[in-house]
Design a protein around this ligand. Structure first.
Ligand code: LMR
Length: 398
């Protein structure tokens, strides 16, 4: 039956974790996958999550959720993206379903796009999270790209981005990272977002936001929703993929949300019913436990306040590590500029290292990261930053 099946290529991100786990070296460092670690390099369960778990344990319920997931969890999630007092929420214009984290939300949207706009394409930034390509490929939506990152400045290619938005056929779909762009750590400024929003409106494009890192750009989820709020002010219809993997540390719980702002309540009801129709034959309904954790935290002022403090704590530790990595490289007398380490934001530093330099880091120093030169700053600690800087210096100095 399966003689023709060849092994699939390794995943460029999750394959790095597999290689890291297989390496017996005591020196090994994993700065591959975007998963937060504490300063001892250990995975973190947030205090607000532990407390929510304690509360849930007394009130366990293993029933199925509805196809669209937990209504309470979805309501709270929408407030984070659209705003606590959003008119759109009040007017019931948002079709939203719980999704299998950010990946599941993107995939559900891509399938929806294919089903209801079968001739459409998706414009994806260069570069982007590697899995975006897989998601829209498997949903059979053709992909186009738009310029985003400038390798020389290690910043935004704003002129290229604007050009590509202008030159795309009217009514195209655009995938945007709402904040803390993955893998580059480069976000447009507020003024640039305003310009992008205006252009996308003029061209009648559809903006779809992947918001996997809300809270990791500025340390404040509310501020990180700024790009979305600009688009809402400008009267766009938008789609958003949200995830609690990073900002609540609920990686393995697969808890996220897909929402689509519609023209009116009637349209939102129709769109939601079709999203559920896509979910039913795929996974029927989403898992209950992560949703309970989220709704317990966000539905309680004290736990929510604790969560916001803990998100800021994670973001601040990463910022501290950016400074430490840059300082270490400068102290070593690196001839290169490492300013971008502290200019970029969010969980990642797009270092500018070549795939060959990354291979040397892995083979000679047991440092594991994606071959595009992305460093997950969340894996950098006080204990390994010196070792990492030294290794980077060794492979980049000549
Ligand atoms: C990453 O980019 O490292 C994360 O989003 C994890 C993943 O699923 O790839």
């Amino acid at each position: 039956w399966w003689r023709s099946v060849e092994p699939a290529p390794k995943d460029p991100i999750l394959g790095v974790t597999e290689a890291f786990l297989a390496d017996p070296s005591p020196d090994k460092v994993n700065v591959g996958v975007g998963a937060y670690r504490d300063d001892n390099g250990k995975p973190v369960v947030l205090e607000c999550v532990r407390e929510a778990e304690r509360r849930i344990a007394g009130n366990l319920n293993m029933e199925y959720l509805p196809m669209g997931g937990s209504v309470k969890k979805v309501e709270e999630t929408l407030k984070l993206a659209y705003g606590e007092n959003s008119e759109h929420i009040k007017d019931k214009r948002i079709a939203a379903v719980q999704a299998l984290s950010g990946t599941g939300a993107c995939r559900l949207f891509a399938d929806f796009q294919k089903r209801f706009r079968p001739e459409s394409q998706i414009y994806i930034p260069v570069p982007t999270w590697a899995n975006h390509h897989n998601i829209w490929r498997d949903a059979h939506v053709p992909q186009k790209t738009f310029r985003y990152y400038h390798p020389e400045t290690k910043g935004l290619d704003f002129a290229g981005l604007v050009d590509d938005i202008k030159n795309a056929p009217n009514g195209s779909f655009f995938l945007l990272h709402a904040c803390a762009h993955n893998p580059t750590g480069v976000d447009p400024s507020e003024e640039q977002w305003k310009e992008i929003s205006k252009l996308i409106k003029e061209k009648g494009h559809f903006p779809f936001f992947d918001m996997a890192y809300q809270g990791f750009a500025s340390g404040d989820p509310e501020r990180d929703a700024k790009a979305i709020r600009i688009f809402l002010e400008d009267g766009h219809l938008i789609g958003i993929a949200q995830s609690y993997a990073k900002n609540m540390g609920l990686y393995g719980q697969r808890v996220g949300c897909l929402s689509m702002l519609c023209e009116d309540e009637k349209q939102a009801v129709a769109v939601k019913s079709q999203l559920q129709m896509l979910a039913r034959p795929m996974y029927s309904n989403p898992p209950v436990h992560g949703a309970l954790i989220v709704s317990t935290i966000l539905g309680d002022q004290e736990l929510k306040t604790l969560w916001l403090k803990e998100v800021k704590g994670m973001a601040d530790r990463i910022i501290g590590m950016r400074t430490a990595l840059r300082e270490n490289l400068e102290k070593l007398g690196s001839p290169l500029s490492w300013e971008h380490i502290t200019n970029q934001i969010g969980m990642f530093c797009y270092s500018g290292m070549t795939p060959e330099q990354v291979d040397r880091l892995t083979n000679e120093f047991h440092i594991y990261m994606t071959r595009n030169g992305r460093i997950s700053m969340a894996g950098v600690t006080t204990g390994n930053v010196g070792y990492l800087a030294n290794a980077i210096h060794e492979v980049t100095k000549s």
